[in-house]
Ligand binder design. Structure first.
Ligand SMILES: Cc1cc2nc3c(=O)[nH]c(=O)nc-3n(C[C@H](O)[C@H](O)[C@H](O)COP(=O)(O)O)c2cc1C
Length: 176
């Protein structure tokens, strides 16, 4: 088990981290950027569940929602904090989509991640921290739904849909 530490790896503006999975979330493809940012060799990733890079700070509610969307053949956008092989972390803005073959049969899933907008990450960190403490405070089974309710409440207060919130928060990139 990898022990998470506080070293951050920051993606370059042009970095795109790509992976593909089968229907059960086992990794079937990764690009070179995935390996160079995460520090995992190919053999530690291919054939393994995608949660090998799961960071303990990530709320379960986010992945619950991601899988709910994927299972209904919808795409998902989200900010994700991932774990590197040496315990460092990196934030990404991820798009995860169903992967259909030429006959239109669902074959697995596909994710492309890029450098996130730093101001969106600082807002998301706050929300994720609240979600984690909600998840740690009560019944484990209902934890993902209870913690997602924190996102729903935020969206209601700001009168915005989840996807619009994701896309707009990432769009307002700060000038470098
Ligand atoms: C295409 C695809 C990409 C994924 N990418 C990530 C990722 O970058 N980081 C991550 O922690 N989980 C990712 N997941 C979700 C994992 O499969 C898993 O649901 C998550 O890590 C939570 O695992 P756990 O419920 O076993 O703790 C991805 C799933 C799919 C289908």
């Amino acid at each position: 088990m990898i022990k998470a530490n506080n070293n951050e790896v920051v993606l370059g503006d042009e970095d795109l981290i790509v992976s593909k999975t089968d229907l059960k979330g086992r990794i079937t493809y990764i690009n070179r950027t995935f390996m160079s940012i995460s520090g995992f060799p190919e053999k530690a990733l291919i054939g393994h569940q995608h949660n090998v890079i799961r960071h303990p700070d990530m709320p379960r509610g986010v992945f619950h929602k991601m899988w709910q969307e994927l299972k209904s053949e919808q795409e998902f956008f989200g900010y994700v904090k991932n774990l590197c092989a040496d315990g460092s972390y990196y934030w990404v803005f991820a798009n995860v989509t169903p992967d259909f073959d030429q006959q239109g049969t669902l074959r697995g899933y596909y994710s492309v991640r890029r450098k996130p907008n730093p101001s969106a990450v600082s807002l998301i960190k706050d929300l994720y921290q609240k979600m984690r403490s909600e998840e740690n405070s009560g019944d484990r089974k209902t934890a993902p739904l209870r913690s997602w309710a924190i996102i729903d409440e935020y969206l209601k207060q700001h009168n915005v849909s989840y996807n619009r919130f994701m896309i707009e928060s990432d769009d307002t990139k700060e000038a470098c």
